[in-house]
Design a protein around this ligand. Structure first.
Ligand SMILES: [Cu+2]
Length: 119
């Protein structure tokens, strides 16, 4: 095989294989994927203050304060969550198993509110 023929066979083969791999992975991953969103608790605020997510998604609440303790919780009819006391640098994880709008509050700072809209 000459160098010219070798080049031609490589340039024909490679793109087809790449396209096939992308098509095989794309739709399956999209339907099964759930999202993890990081929320910061700092300066007596949640950041962000609104989140739009889907059922099955996860929120990781991170205490970004130097000295303040936070205590994230949800108290709703269909869904409740209690992350417990979170020391600075610690985090709590919440998996959204119900659809609807929920308010995440802080047991220590009553003005801290994060509204979660779960589809
Ligand atoms: Cu707090």
């Amino acid at each position: 095989m000459s160098i010219c023929n070798l080049r031609r066979s490589l340039s024909l083969g490679a793109p087809v294989a790449v396209v096939a791999a992308v098509l095989a992975l794309g739709p399956a991953q999209a339907s099964l994927s759930s999202v993890v969103r990081i929320v910061l608790q700092k300066g007596r605020h949640y950041d962000p203050t609104d989140l739009f997510l889907r059922r099955g998604d996860t929120i990781t609440l991170v205490n970004g304060d130097d000295s303040a303790v936070h205590h994230a919780f949800i108290d709703a009819d269909r869904f409740s969550f209690d992350g417990g006391d979170e020391e600075p640098g610690k985090q709590a994880t919440l998996i959204l198993t119900e659809s609807g709008d929920f308010v995440i509050q802080c047991g220590i700072h009553p003005k801290m509110k994060l509204t979660v809209h779960v589809q």
